[in-house]
Design a protein around this ligand. Structure first.
Ligand code: ATP
Ligand code: MG
Length: 410
């Protein structure tokens, strides 16, 4: 069988990166001959098979012609006469359009290796515009390969802009947008994904609540970077350094959406942006069908991040209120994630990237102290019904007060 390793595996091998999954193209075969050789067919839109032993993906070489709107509506030709080069030509970027044959010889009709050396993300052919998902893919690759110095070729950037201007991104479905976004959030430099989308106008299409943050000022005293969009990008950078958790990264991204709704007459102040943020976070999360875990942490972060920032000044009763609202008792991990997001928010400011943030440990330890209160002892002391909860709150407040009195910041 005439098989070629293609796509990401070839690219990442040449970049000396760990290869995660290997995709193969088969030339000169048919569905029947693949099935006869023991491969299991999996694709419905086009013929893709799983290798009987390795379970890696083998696709028949194919060409695609646009016949409808959006990323669907392609006419696929996978006859056995389709050549490797024709198959490579339908791919998005030159660095993704290289193949390796059995003898490890590189087949590179679109000079992907050259672009790899020059750190350029460049489209293969004008047919790039036929699939709007490619705009998001390029943004995601930009986020992933920023660490190696990759940039988008100017002619590719202008094609992306043109696609957005022509309304092509409206044809994407939320599931695909979220899939690319969530993968981008988990890359090393997720901020680059959003910067690329902003530069081509795509951020306004799918993330309008985020897009408006650029140009909205903050008080320079707390935010030397001033601009809310810039701050947001710095927070997502910090979140990426602190954690690989998707919910934390998403919450970092949207924690200040409320600032897009403050009356410009109040700028640079943003009173009540914590509560104002809930509606746009819901709107964005529901549009993209973001998982509940991400949405919940994001809303909680919007509502409570300024409380956490002021943790050392809060009264014990207020600390308890925060813990109750966050349901820290039943969801300790989510509460911990909230604190991590708050650290990212505090450090995502120019010149403050390395600051200490004792608030997180303080409130976590206050929470641990409150957790030591046992309901059992309250019931044994004779409390019943509603009084159990009242006594529990009282005792927890006392525990927090005692902890606070003994607290010595280092
Ligand atoms: P990753 O490391 O994220 O898996 P990848 O490049 O392998 O990156 P895949 O989504 O696995 O990406 O796709 C494999 C290959 O298929 C790509 O390298 C590219 O050549 C091609 N491809 C995938 N999606 C598209 C698309 N929407 N348009 C054009 N080519 C695509
Ligand atoms: Mg892949």
């Amino acid at each position: 069988m005439n098989c070629f390793l293609v796509g990401g595996a070839v690219r990442d091998k040449l970049l000396d990166r760990k290869v995660s999954d290997r995709d193969w193209v088969v030339v000169g075969e048919t569905v029947d001959s693949m099935l006869a050789a023991g491969y299991e067919q999996v694709g419905s839109d086009f013929p893709v098979f799983l290798h009987p032993k390795t379970k890696e993906e083998y696709a028949l070489a194919r060409t695609e012609r646009k016949s409808g709107k959006g990323y669907t509506g392609f006419e696929v030709n996978s006859e056995s006469s389709v050549t490797l080069e024709e198959d490579l030509k339908r791919r998005d970027l030159t660095i993704n359009a290289m193949a390796l044959d059995k003898n490890q010889q590189l087949i590179d009709p679109f000079n992907g290796q050259n672009d790899l050396h020059n750190r350029l993300l460049r489209h293969v052919s004008p047919a790039f515009v036929e699939d709007p998902l490619r705009v998001l893919r390029v943004a995601r690759f930009a986020a992933r390969y920023h660490q190696y110095g990759f940039e988008i070729a100017p002619e590719t950037a202008s094609l992306m802009k043109q696609m957005v201007d022509q309304g092509e991104l409206d044809h994407l479905v939320p599931e695909r947008v979220w899939k690319e976004t969530s993968r981008a959030l988990l890359e090393k430099d997720p901020d680059i994904f959003f910067e690329v989308l902003r530069a081509c106008g795509a951020l306004k299409v799918w993330f309008p609540e985020l897009d408006v943050l650029w140009g909205i000022p903050n008080p320079v005293q707390w935010h030397p970077e001033v601009d809310t969009g810039i701050h947001t990008m710095m927070v997502i950078q910090q979140a990426a350094k602190l954690s690989d958790n998707l919910a934390i990264r998403y919450a970092a991204l949207v924690h200040d959406l409320g600032k897009g709704l403050t009356d410009p007459a109040q700028w640079p102040s943003h009173r009540e942006h914590e509560e104002l943020g809930v509606a746009p976070i819901r709107a964005l999360s529901e549009r993209l069908k973001v998982p509940n875990e991400c949405k919940e942490l994001a809303i909680m972060t919007s509502e409570y991040h300024t409380h956490i920032h002021r943790a050392l000044e809060l009264r014990p009763a207020t600390i308890l209120k925060v813990l109750n609202h966050c349901d820290a008792w039943r969801k300790p991990e989510r509460f911990n994630n909230l604190l991590t997001t708050c650290i990212a928010d505090a450090k995502g400011r120019t010149g403050l990237e390395n600051r200490d943030y004792p608030q997180a440990e303080f409130i976590w330890n206050a929470y641990q102290a409150a957790m030591k209160v046992e309901v059992k002892s309250i019931i044994e002391a004779g409390a019943t019904g509603k009084n159990i909860k009242l006594r529990l709150d009282e005792k927890r407040i006392n525990a927090i007060r005692e902890f606070k009195q003994a607290y010595q910041p280092d």
